[in-house]
Design a protein. Structure first.
Length: 133
């Protein structure tokens, strides 16, 4: 659908019609984001406990949340970290945190995400810092 709309926009000569097509493209992008959001909370996705590459998941969430904004983001990690859990729950947690950072910046600025280890007694935890600048 977006490919056809983009093609129509290029072929159209009327600026008023081009503006309508641009709005349709933007609405289509919003619908795709909503569908992705629903996929993340679908029942088949919910109760699936597994080993998750947390670096990859955070990158996926940041791309999803920040794709249509002027917000710049970067992830800094010493290595790839894995956690045991339900991906959908982690997705929603990071989605909320990154959304909060984006809103604090009014869709402009920079979000820095740092992933590292934190050791406490005989346990190792993954520490994630999200800063909005």
């Amino acid at each position: 659908l977006t490919g056809n709309l983009s093609l129509f926009e290029k072929m159209e000569t009327s600026e008023s019609k081009k503006e309508i097509i641009r709005r349709m493209l933007e609405a289509t992008k919003m619908m795709v984001m909503t569908i992705e959001d629903f996929k993340a909370i679908s029942p088949s996705y919910l109760r699936k406990r597994e080993i998750i590459n947390i670096n990859e998941l955070i990158e996926k969430v940041a791309n999803f949340v920040l794709s249509n904004t002027k917000t710049i983001w970067q992830i800094k990690a010493e290595k790839i970290y894995y956690v045991d859990g339900e991906e959908a729950q982690f997705f929603r947690i990071f989605q909320n945190l990154i959304n909060n950072a984006r809103e604090a910046l009014n869709n402009e600025g920079e979000i820095k995400i740092e992933i590292s280890e934190y050791k406490l007694k005989d346990k190792t935890f993954v520490l994630i810092k999200i800063q909005a600048e």
